[in-house]
Design a protein around this ligand. Structure first.
Ligand code: SF4
Ligand code: SF4
Ligand code: FES
Length: 948
């Protein structure tokens, strides 16, 4: 069902924008691109022709016969949804005859439709059409054969399917095929017996359905309907905002009834998602009102004390006094702050400003440290800008997609749907480099040309081998490289990469990939037309993460696949605002806009506006903060929206460091793993309560709008401001728009950005300034940001984390569709029906050797620690490699991961941990301790003394 505020133009715009065609509709002149349907042309002229099976999200189908029109010179009554416009066409949409035909059609539909369905006021298209056609009663009666007794499918937690209301218009089936690309629905049976069925007549929950909701959105009758809509009734108002989950950054209309959220409807105007979404963004919002949410500030002296609820004033004064006490006792550098990619740009900017100007040091870091910091470093070194090069729509012009270390169908589902469309239509070929057989390797509708199933930790070897093939076979873009890249550096790199030690044959032992496949993939990438690279944390979270990112930039420059649509180097960012949190200067060495703190001119510009002297030396990164804490030098931490206790590697090391601090201030929604070690808890707000901006993986800055008032009483930026004022560094913002104005004033790539400008354009891809007032969809056009592109020597250095007799398997980690990162949000929604525990995936061969069967409890030990999970035996894994997700704290996935990290950025090597796996019968010692500690902390929360 469509949103309350949306207009539906009936059919999509033509794919290719052809020359304009002029026609008249009911005497109104209209000019539209060639290939437009008559139905859409009429809608663009302001004339809505009745319709049921057509929608502008799907190709025309022509089954319902409601949209019939008369066209001068044409016989009969053609369907306007399937008839393209022609020059000089004269269309009539209203006549007595047309009205009779349409009413007849509608009456037929209604004779097989529950009578009350039209009067329940959900605003379905069926209701609206019946009203528009003046059909109030059914001439044929309701006594004949009908489907009114069909069983309702309530299995999906978020929507229900009532076949009695289905008119078999196929919109849901087409939405699942065309928009989502899952092909979970069919029309089974024939004639009167035909009906919508999910995967061979299974309940939705047990079918292949991934619960994206595209079919629900497409259904014109309410047969498929959100349970929340059934519960609350139709919304009364809505606000457009941005999803707070992954880096796709889908735009939604949050539909409200009073203060209640009725449903989230993906916004067709959304530039990142074009009206589509995944199960998380559309449905998993229940955490916002979950009873676990903490809404009152709390303090305690020791982590073994019960919490005490206090007023905001007391909590802020206490936190500030503690930080000041610690600085007086241990020195200026003994405290710091951590921001989060879940927070808005404005919130993140304020945290780093508080640390640099209020704390007087540069000890600020962000959770992007543990995911995409190598992206920032590697792309800056080679191309000159720490960001992806394209917009998502660019994939529509890709001829070859090189997907490495990313699993978009789980982690970036809406981009995956767009990618699948391109692959399914046969327009693009696909290379997948991944230790796992991810979904895109082979589905009934998509098949990769190459699956390079490399060993974890060997990305650089693979990418060097591909570059070696391209150089040694003379497949590189000589003119492009000569014109656009630094020549001495390229010459050195060319000699380096041409060395036979980099050949696929020489690297075969390391990679475990047949050399012919590496050669074939390299040739396809270099010669297959527009080639786009898409990558994820499977590239960055390695000891050579930054090197691998440089290798990807090399491949793009080497083959001239950069600087236009359909090509480029595209990091798929994990969290909603990874790009933004990095842009906002939350790394210890950089001011907003990626400018080093040692740059005097830049520092002075901040000093002038902020009115304080700033430090020129980089501060501590998160792992350095932990080290310093264990050394007794780092004692106070302000953590906004990040759960380092669960998300950072080597949990036991992290918790030891947290235990060594004297004042940890956590600002979050729930008492998370970090908050269990905190002394001050400041309740944060959800994205529904925020006002600000997020920046997605395309550098697209989108508005986050307040849908409901902050339930905790203060917006997150206000809390940081209160803390700053209490620390003695005054901040006086009245609205987040003023924070963005300051960001724009101080950051050249954001100079043209303001809330007003974003509202005007819908969203903006930075750089946005005088040179690019509309933003920049494609980077490095004509020239690289750094001038000439730079090649660097990328020697492959095998990770020190090696399998051996004691730890013979390699563990790698990743995400699943229904859950999100540490699970704080999604675990508190009905999404747990799809994934209620983390499991260990193990190849049948490795399982058999160890006597492990599906569902057995298995102990996983590494050099860092032990944990226990249940096993899933699957051939998705290569032998020798095991895999788990990390969405549940008790799983202890990060108890096993080590402290190895990227040489340039300290991004942890999450993707490679040598482990042993064996059947066990009880939880690990860590799990027992963790469970007891969590119970104790819950008790202390439970007994929190209320504010006086
Ligand atoms: S919810 Fe999505 S995946 Fe499931 S049937 Fe509908 S369109 Fe297909
Ligand atoms: S989680 Fe990602 S893909 Fe899903 S709706 Fe949100 S932004 Fe879109
Ligand atoms: S809307 Fe054109 S035939 Fe259904």
């Amino acid at each position: 069902m469509h949103s309350i505020d949306e207009r539906d133009l009936g059919t999509p715009a033509p794919l290719q924008i052809g020359r304009p065609v002029s026609l008249t509709v009911d005497g109104v002149a209209v000019s539209v691109p060639q290939g437009t349907s008559v139905l859409r042309a009429a809608a663009l002229a302001g004339i809505d022709i009745p319709k049921l099976c057509a929608t502008d999200m799907l190709d025309a189908f022509g089954s319902c016969r409601l949209c019939l029109v008369q066209i001068e010179g044409m016989k009969g009554y053609p369907a306007s949804c399937t008839t393209p416009v022609a020059a000089g066409m004269q269309v009539t949409t209203q006549s007595r005859k047309l009205a009779d035909i349409r009413r007849g059609v509608m009456e037929l539909y209604l004779s097989d439709h529950p009578v009350d369905a039209l009067s329940r006021g959900f605003g379905t298209e069926m209701e609206k059409m019946a009203a528009a056609l003046g059909v109030r009663e059914v001439r044929y009666g309701l006594a004949g054969a009908n489907h009114l007794q069909a069983c309702v499918d309530e299995s999906n937690p978020y929507f229900r399917f009532d076949p009695a209301q289905c008119i078999v218009c196929s919109r849901c089936v087409r939405a699942c095929d065309e928009v989502q690309g899952t092909f979970a629905l069919t029309i089974s049976g024939r004639g009167f017996a035909s009906k919508v069925a999910a995967s061979a007549d299974q309940p939705f929950l047990e079918s292949e359905c991934v619960s994206c909701g595209a079919c629900v959105q497409a259904c014109p009758t309410g047969a498929l309907m959100e349970k929340s809509l059934l519960g609350h009734g139709q919304a009364t108002h809505s606000a457009v905002t941005t999803c707070a989950y992954c880096g796709v950054g889908c735009s939604f209309r949050a539909e409200m009834r009073g203060e209640e959220l009725v449903r989230m409807v993906p916004d067709k105007e959304g530039h990142a998602n074009h009206g589509h979404s995944c199960v998380k963004g559309r449905f998993a919002v229940g955490y916002a009102t979950h009873p676990d949410r903490i809404l009152k500030p709390m303090i305690r002296a020791k982590i073994s004390d019960p919490w005490r609820e206090v007023s905001w004033a007391e909590a802020i004064a206490h936190a500030a006094a503690e930080f000041k006490r610690i600085q007086a006792k241990y020195g200026r550098d003994s405290i710091g702050g951590i921001t989060s990619s879940r927070c808005t740009n404005e919130e993140t900017y304020l945290v780093q400003k508080l640390v640099r100007a209020g704390f007087g040091n540069n000890n600020v870091d962000t959770c992007a440290r543990v995911c995409h910091s190598p992206t920032g470093y590697g792309l800056k070194q080679t191309l000159g800008e720490s960001a992806g090069t394209q917009r998502f729509d660019s994939v529509r012009q890709c001829d070859v997609v090189f997907l490495i270390g990313a699993n978009p169908t789980d982690a970036h589902p809406v981009f995956a749907s767009q990618l699948k469309q391109r692959l399914r239509d046969g327009h693009a070929r696909l290379i997948v480099a991944d230790p796992r057989r991810i979904d895109l390797v082979r589905t009934p509708h998509v098949r990769a040309d190459y699956h390079l199933q490399l060993r974890p930790g060997t990305n650089v070897a693979l990418l060097n081998a591909m570059a070696h093939v391209i150089v040694s076979e003379g497949l590189y873009a000589k003119d492009f490289v000569a014109a656009r890249c630094e020549q001495p550096a390229f010459g050195k790199w060319k000699a380096f990469i041409a060395d036979p030690r980099h050949s696929p044959e020489a690297m075969a032992g390391e990679l475990g990939v047949p050399p012919a496949d590496v050669r074939g993939a390299a040739r396809l990438y270099a010669t297959g037309g527009n080639a786009g690279i898409y990558y994820g944390l499977g590239v960055s979270e390695h000891a050579q993460g930054s090197t691998a990112v440089m290798c990807l930039a090399h491949l793009a420059m080497l083959t001239g696949n950069i600087g236009r649509e359909g090509v480029g180097v595209n990091p798929l960012r994990g969290q909603n605002n990874v790009q933004g949190s990095c842009d906002m200067g939350s790394f210890p060495h950089e001011f907003p806009g990626y400018r080093h703190v040692s740059d005097e001119a830049v520092r002075m510009s901040f000093e002038q506006v902020w009115g304080v002297k700033l430090q020129s030396e980089p501060g501590l990164r998160i792992p350095n903060m932990f080290e310093a804490a264990l050394d007794g030098e780092f004692k106070g931490l302000y953590v906004q929206g990040e759960d380092i206790g669960q998300s950072d590697p080597n949990t036991q090391h992290v918790t030891a460091a947290l235990s060594a601090m004297e004042c940890i201030v956590v600002q979050d929604l729930f008492l998370n793993e970090t908050a269990n070690f905190a002394h001050v808890f400041l309740p944060g707000s959800t994205f529904l309560e925020k006002d600000g901006t997020f920046t997605n993986a395309e550098r697209r800055i989108s508005r986050v709008r307040t849908v409901m008032k902050p339930r905790n009483g203060h917006a997150d930026w206000e809390i940081t401001q209160l803390l700053s004022n209490a620390m003695g560094y005054p901040m006086h913002y009245a609205h987040p728009a003023q924070i963005m104005d300051e960001i724009a004033r101080l950051t050249p790539t954001f100079a043209g950005v303001s809330f007003a400008r974003i509202d005007e354009l819908g969203s903006i891809q930075w750089p946005c300034n005088a040179e690019h007032p509309q933003g920049t969809p494609t980077m490095h056009v004509g020239e690289f940001v750094r001038g000439k592109g730079r090649f660097l020597l990328t020697e492959y250095v095998p990770t020190s984390e090696k399998a051996n007799a004691r730890y013979p398997l390699i563990l790698t980690t990743g995400r699943i569709l229904s859950q999100y990162n540490v699970g704080a949000q999604t675990r508190r929604t009905a999404n747990v029906v799809w994934h209620d525990e983390d499991r260990l995936d193990i190849h049948p061969h490795d399982a058999e050797q160890r006597g492990i069967r599906e569902g057995d409890w298995v102990g996983i030990s590494s050099r860092a620690g032990d944990t226990v999970l249940r096993a899933r035996v699957t051939a998705r894994m290569a032998p020798g490699v095991v895999y788990t997700t990390f969405h549940f704290p008790g799983s202890g996935a990060n108890v096993i991961t080590t402290e190895n990290s990227d040489w340039a950025t300290n991004c942890p090597e999450y993707k490679v941990t040598a482990v042993q796996v064996a059947r066990v019968s009880q939880p690990s010692e860590w799990q027992k301790r963790h469970a007891a500690f969590t119970r104790q902390q819950q008790e202390l929360l439970h007994h929190a003394a209320p504010a006086k």
